[in-house]
Ligand binder design. Structure first.
Ligand SMILES: *[C@@H]1O[C@H](CO)[C@@H](O)[C@H](O)[C@H]1NC(C)=O
Length: 222
């Protein structure tokens, strides 16, 4: 479905490019034809995407709770307390992991942040999450972030290659996050949540693009 929506927009854009290359009309009239074609295409796709049915609301496995406003931010999605620790879960789509016609993905990228009061750094796990499995990719210490999302400092040491660690140490790290309730039971919720978020982002993309091209006027019906 996403693919179809995108293909439509890109197809229209390619057609516009051809048309303007071969056109001999006055620049401003070409530009207004181009604009109105693009606006029409954006609006059509906006309306098409707006009609898509969203998955039923799923609750996260207790005791995780949804972070307020997470759907419109880049911050953590889920939080829970574990003793005096705070566990925060961020979720990302694997690049190119649109696997199905319906735009769902069967693999997610998790960033699990374990923080303790009074500590300047938090413990960070990067994991792959599947419907029936969770695999750790890396473990490292990162500066604690207050709701500002997942910061990557390229030069920072991100820990040894996890696969190359001693098996008992890997198992122990797996048990460590498992004990904090981070396991495949989160998959269903996070998959649905990401789908809704992607849908919102796509709608906003059509809408803000249209408003910009239209000169900042709010697009009709959008
Ligand atoms: C995941 O963790 C929760 C909380 O610890 C537990 O109740 C659940 O059984 C676990 N699920 C699996 C599939 O291990």
């Amino acid at each position: 479905m996403w693919k179809r929506a995108f293909a439509g927009v890109f197809g229209a854009a390619a057609a516009l490019r051809l048309q303007s290359l071969s056109g001999t009309r006055h620049a401003s009239s070409i530009s207004s034809v181009v604009n109105s074609m693009l606006l029409r295409s954006l609006k059509e796709h906006y309306l098409e995407v707006a009609k898509m049915t969203m998955p039923p609301k799923v609750s996260p496995p207790a005791p995780f709770t949804i972070v307020k406003g997470a759907i419109d931010s880049n911050g953590p999605v889920l939080k829970r307390d574990y003793g005096d620790e705070e566990i925060s879960i961020y979720v990302m789509r694997m690049v190119n992991a649109y696997d199905d016609e319906d735009g769902t993905t069967d693999q997610l990228f998790l960033h699990v942040d374990v923080s303790k009061p009074g500590q300047e750094e938090s413990l960070n796990f990067l994991c792959g999450l599947y419907e029936d499995a969770l695999g750790i990719h890396s473990v490292s210490m990162r500066p604690k972030l207050e709701n500002s999302g997942y910061l990557v400092v390229p030069s920072q040491y991100t820990g040894p290659v996890f696969e190359e660690l001693d098996e008992r140490m890997r198992d122990a790290f797996n048990n460590f996050i498992e004990e904090r309730g981070v396991n495949e039971s989160l998959f269903k919720f996070l998959q649905a949540w990401l789908y809704v978020k992607d849908h919102r982002n796509l709608m906003r993309w059509f809408k803000t693009m249209g408003m910009f091209i239209d000169g900042g006027k709010p697009a009709k019906d959008a």
